[in-house]
Design a protein around this ligand. Structure first.
Ligand code: HEC
Length: 194
C-alpha cells in the first residue's frame, strides 16, 4: 500500500513538474503577427510594426573605423511583436516567427523651435530580421523593404546573417543595444540570484 501511495505521489509530482515546465517553456504567442510569404517565397512587408514594442534606438551606428560623415548619421528605431516580447520576458528566448522591424530615418535640425540636437526627418527604409527555421536553414533571415516595397527576398548569409550571428549578444539579436530587452535580462538575473 505504502509503495502504491509513494508511486502515485511520484507520478502526480512528475505531472505537475511537467505541466510547469511546458508552461514555462511555451507561453502562448496567440494573436502575434506572423510572417507572410508570397508564392515565390518573398516576405511581405509587415504593416502594423508601429504598434509593436519599441525596444531601442540608435543614431549613426557604423561598423567601420573611418568616418566621412558630417551629420549624426541615420536614426534606427527597433520594434518587435508584443507577443514575442512577452515570450522573451517569460522565457528569456525569442519564439519562432519573431520579427524585428528597424525603421530608418534621416536626421534633421533647426526647424520650428529647435535650435540644438537632431530629430527624425525623412523615412528611408524598413529592414526586418525574422526568425523562421522552417523557411531558412540559418534560422534568421534579413530583409530590406526600402521606403515602400511590398515584398523583399532574404539577403545572402554573408551580407547580414554573418555579422548578426558573430556579434549579436543573443540569438543573432543585438540585445546589447536595446535597453528594453536588457531590463528583462537584469530582472531575470536578479530573480535567479534570490
Ligand atoms: C557589420 C555588422 C552588421 C551587418 C553586416 C548587418 N547588421 Fe543589422 N545590425 C547591426 C547592429 C550593430 C545592429 C544594432 C542596432 C542598430 O543598428 O541600430 C543591427 C540591427 C539590425 C536589425 C534590428 C534587429 C536585430 O537583429 O538586432 C535589423 C532588422 C537589421 N540589423 C537588419 C540588417 C540587414 C537587412 C542587414 C543586411 C543587409 C544587416 N542588418 C547587416 C549590425 C550589422
Amino acid at each position: 500500500m505504502r509503495i502504491l501511495i509513494v508511486s502515485l505521489l511520484a507520478t502526480a509530482l512528475t505531472a505537475i513538474v511537467a505541466v510547469g515546465f511546458t508552461y514555462r517553456d511555451e507561453p502562448s504567442t496567440e494573436g502575434m503577427t506572423v510572417p507572410q510569404y508570397d508564392e515565390d517565397g518573398a516576405l511581405l512587408r509587415p504593416k502594423d510594426f508601429h504598434t509593436w514594442v519599441f525596444v531601442g534606438a540608435s543614431i549613426g551606428l557604423s561598423y567601420s573605423e573611418e568616418s566621412k560623415r558630417s551629420g549624426p548619421g541615420l536614426f534606427h528605431n527597433v520594434y518587435m511583436q508584443p507577443q514575442a516580447y512577452q515570450y522573451y520576458v517569460k522565457t528569456g528566448k525569442f519564439p519562432k516567427k519573431t520579427m524585428f522591424a528597424m525603421a530608418v530615418y534621416k536626421p534633421t535640425q533647426k526647424a520650428s523651435i529647435n535650435r540644438q540636437g537632431f530629430f527624425e526627418d525623412e523615412f528611408v527604409s524598413l529592414e526586418v530580421a525574422l526568425k523562421d527555421h522552417e523557411h531558412f536553414d540559418e534560422g534568421w533571415a534579413y530583409f530590406d523593404f526600402g521606403k515602400s516595397r511590398d515584398r523583399a527576398t532574404a539577403f545572402p548569409k554573408e551580407r547580414c546573417h554573418s555579422c548578426h550571428s558573430a556579434h549579436g549578444a543573443e540569438d543573432n539579436v543585438f540585445v546589447q543595444f536595446y535597453p528594453v530587452l536588457q531590463e528583462v535580462k537584469k530582472a531575470e538575473k536578479a530573480h535567479d540570484e534570490q
